[in-house]
Design a protein around this ligand. Structure first.
Ligand code: BTN
Length: 325
């Protein structure tokens, strides 16, 4: 993307045709500059149609993130957050971790329309799509230490599912520790990074990526089975309302987590756990796969399983869970 790409995209956001000449006039640029700006847009994965005699149009309209619309949808809870919007940055988590280290306020939110180096769990890359994903990070400061943050990533997954329920999405659920799935495919992911001492205080940068409407081309670049909110029945996804709803649920869930730990959220989490009391495969980083029965999660957010030799406790980061193949 070059310096003009986002300005051109904003004019194309309605999904209608716009001639190169009209775009050039609106932005006081040459037609060659418009063409150049749009080359970057296509390279970034945005689907664009170019028809001789009619001009350019996006394959799908873009509902841009907008501070005022987010605040309106948040209502009174807007005062608890400081939302900062970016067109393009490397990663909202990376930027917020830097800001957290130099004293950024509790409740700071950084959202981006595009990430050039989005990060996932376990060192993976997170692939979003401009206009088709919601990608943001929230800074939350805790009075206690990092040792007490176990279970936090599960709490965040719960907040996302509750926000989706509030917006009418039915059937989304949780896969331990914090993936949000719909019909067995990944809808949203959470990456939490922490700073602070074992005894406190501490803070967490909570990074969330939600697939709203991913093109077939983007889905093909992702090495996991993914889905999006459009397929989960949401149609045109109102990203500003979605961000407001997730922040609202996070405020409630994180306050409870701060007061009671994950124990206070365990029942709500288990009610949405898609693999509760089911047979699954546990996958070790070495690639070793082992069949176990899921018994539930404990008050620290660890997974309780039975592999035939009694109850075992699996901690976040040790192993990952797969539906039985
Ligand atoms: C995962 O499931 O692997 C976690 C994905 C987390 C992605 C989000 S997008 C916003 C934030 N910034 C990042 O670089 N990653 C998180």
């Amino acid at each position: 993307m070059n310096a003009h790409s986002f300005a051109v995209l904003r004019l194309l956001a309605d999904g209608a045709f716009h001639s190169g000449e009209a775009l050039a006039q609106r932005l006081d640029l040459s037609r060659a500059s418009i063409w150049q700006a749009l080359q970057g847009v296509e390279a970034a994965g945005v689907e664009l149609y170019s028809v001789r005699g009619r001009g350019y149009r996006l394959a799908a309209p873009i509902d841009w993130l907008d501070g005022q619309r987010i605040a309106e949808a948040q209502g009174a809870s807007a005062a608890r957050f400081h939302v900062e919007l970016h067109d393009e940055i490397d990663s909202t988590n990376t930027l917020l971790m830097q800001r957290a280290a130099v004293g950024a306020a509790h409740g700071t939110v950084i959202a981006a329309e595009r990430q050039t180096a989005g990060r996932g769990r376990l060192g993976r890359r997170w692939q979003g799509e401009l206009g088709g994903s919601l990608m943001f990070s929230l800074l939350w400061r805790f009075p206690f230490g990092v040792a007490q943050l176990s279970g936090l990533s599960l709490a965040v997954g719960l907040a996302i599912v509750q926000a989706l329920e509030q917006l009418g999405v039915q059937g989304a659920g949780l896969k331990w520790p914090n993936d949000v799935l719909y019909q067995g495919r990944k809808l949203a992911g959470v990456l939490i990074e922490v700073q602070g001492d074992a005894l406190g205080p501490s803070c967490a940068v909570i990074g969330i990526g939600i697939n709203c409407r991913l093109s077939a081309a983007t889905q093909a670049t992702i090495d996991q089975t993914v889905t999006d909110l459009a397929q989960a029945g949401m149609g045109a996804v109102p990203r500003n309302r979605l961000l407001a709803a997730v922040l609202g649920e996070l405020a409630v869930v994180l306050a409870r987590f701060e007061r009671d730990g994950f124990a206070g959220l365990l029942g709500d989490w288990q009610a949405r756990h898609l693999f509760h009391r089911r047979e699954v495969d546990l996958l070790a980083p070495s690639g070793l796969r082992r069949a176990v029965a899921v018994l539930g999660v404990d008050a620290d957010g660890a997974l309780l399983v039975d592999g035939g030799a009694g109850v075992e406790t699996v901690r976040v980061g040790e192993l990952s869970l797969r539906a039985k193949s």
